[in-house]
Design a protein around this ligand. Structure first.
Ligand code: GLY
Length: 408
């Protein structure tokens, strides 16, 4: 009997030690991100080229032109780093890489990606500096994006060009497009036309009705008759199959409907965000980082050398997007058990992303390893990619605010 209290004491101490080990130190992770960025900055001196990916074996980022769909993430990451550090050198870099994007608006609109490009760069820049020139550019970008809206369908045309399997010139809408609505919501409240709000709500409503299967997994793309608005088919472009749950597509859905609920207050968007999050969380592997597609083939016989699940490539970018979205969702849902569930899952994902298995450290100058861009095209498989880093630092900053008792 004398030994029981001692035993309990040891148990208490060791469980406290374990809890401490498992608790994410957000400040340390943000410091790590800034240190990685500072290693890279001397290599990035040309503002007209935006870092996009680091392939295996390389230390430094490969760049792309400002017209690339990912061009806003690097300046956005710099803005987040400036927000954390208040370092004027990071601000100067953020300004330089942001300004060069403006030329994108001098040409006819390429596609729906204007939201990714401008809201991540100019949007964060405006939020942090209130520079009126940034506001002007954001309003221009929103008007340009709105020209792709087709009222017969009720959504934005994501790819205004022939893309395989999209029955061009019929109308296509991809789940990723949900993220670009944030630019329209913002513009409608900041001097732009109120029609931009209506377009964003119509796009989200139509997507909600047509992009989900009964189990709330999503189609990557829906093709519509451009004159009648009839749904022709749901297909994939970057996923494993038309009926599979492509990890990043589902991540865009969770993030996009969470944001659309925040901006519109429409309950059906909150329910959609919750249902899409629940099916994503339920099917995650033990380390909380999804395979590139939840329905990619699995190995039939364990131990066999195979590229299939559990050896299939992960997509750290999908986990980064979802961790950021879940932090916000945990503050929007009224259900206490869901608040706890989403916050805990976001922290579990961020803890896993912040482990030695996913952080880059000396491997390269990115924050994170192991993202997958376009597996069916055999491109950007198991690489570092700028949008993984962008949503990772966004999520860390969101968690920091929540830990400090602040609103997002
Ligand atoms: N928006 C393209 C992608 O998520 O890969």
């Amino acid at each position: 009997m004398r030994f029981i209290p001692i035993y309990c004491f040891i148990l208490l101490i060791s469980s406290q030690a374990l809890a401490q080990k498992l608790t994410l130190n957000v400040g340390n992770q943000l410091d790590y991100c800034v240190a990685q960025l500072k290693k890279e900055l001397p290599q990035q001196t040309d503002y007209t080229k935006e870092p996009r990916r680091i392939p295996a074996g390389q230390k430094s980022w490969n760049t792309v032109s400002v017209t690339d769909w990912t061009s806003g993430f690097w300046p956005g990451t710099l803005w987040y780093s400036y927000e954390y550090t208040k370092d004027p050198a990071l601000k100067a870099k953020a300004e330089g890489f942001t300004k060069s994007l403006a030329t994108v608006l001098d040409k006819p609109v390429l596609d729906h990606d204007l939201g990714f490009q401008f809201y991540c760069s100019y949007g964060n820049g405006y939020r942090l500096t209130q520079n009126p020139a940034y506001k002007k550019t954001l309003l221009r970008a929103a008007d340009s994006l709105a020209t792709l809206f087709n009222p017969n369908v009720g959504t934005i045309l994501s790819w205004p060009r022939p893309v395989p399997n999209m029955e061009w010139p019929q109308h296509n809408t991809i789940m990723d497009n949900m993220i670009n609505l944030e630019l329209l919501f913002w513009a409608s409240k900041n001097g732009g036309s109120k029609k931009l709000y209506d377009i964003a709500v119509s796009h989200a409503m139509t997507t909600m009705k047509n992009h989900f299967r009964p189990d709330w997994t999503s189609y990557h793309v829906v093709v519509y008759d451009r004159k009648t608005g009839r749904k022709i088919k749901g297909v994939t472009h970057q996923g494993y199959s038309d009926e599979s749950m492509w990890a990043r597509g589902q991540a865009w859905a969770i993030y996009g409907f969470t944001m659309s609920y925040r901006e519109s207050g429409k309950k059906e968007f909150l329910e959609t965000a919750q249902k899409t999050a629940d099916v994503f969380i339920k099917n995650l592997p033990a380390d909380h980082i999804p395979y590139w597609d939840f329905n990619a083939p699995g190995v039939d016989s364990p131990g066999v050398d195979s590229p299939d699940i559990p050896n299939a490539p992960r997509d750290a970018s999908a986990a980064a997007v979802v961790s950021s979205a879940l932090l916000e969702l945990s503050t929007l849902t009224k259900d206490k058990s869901l608040q706890t569930k989403y916050r805990a899952e976001a922290e579990a994902m961020l803890t896993s992303l912040s482990s030695a298995s996913y952080q880059s450290h000396d491997v390269n100058n990115a924050f994170l390893l192991h993202s997958t861009g376009h597996k069916p095209n055999n491109s950007e498989i198991d690489v570092s990619i700028n949008y993984a880093d962008y949503y990772y630092i966004e999520a860390l900053l969101r968690l920091k605010r929540l830990q400090e008792g602040k609103r997002l």
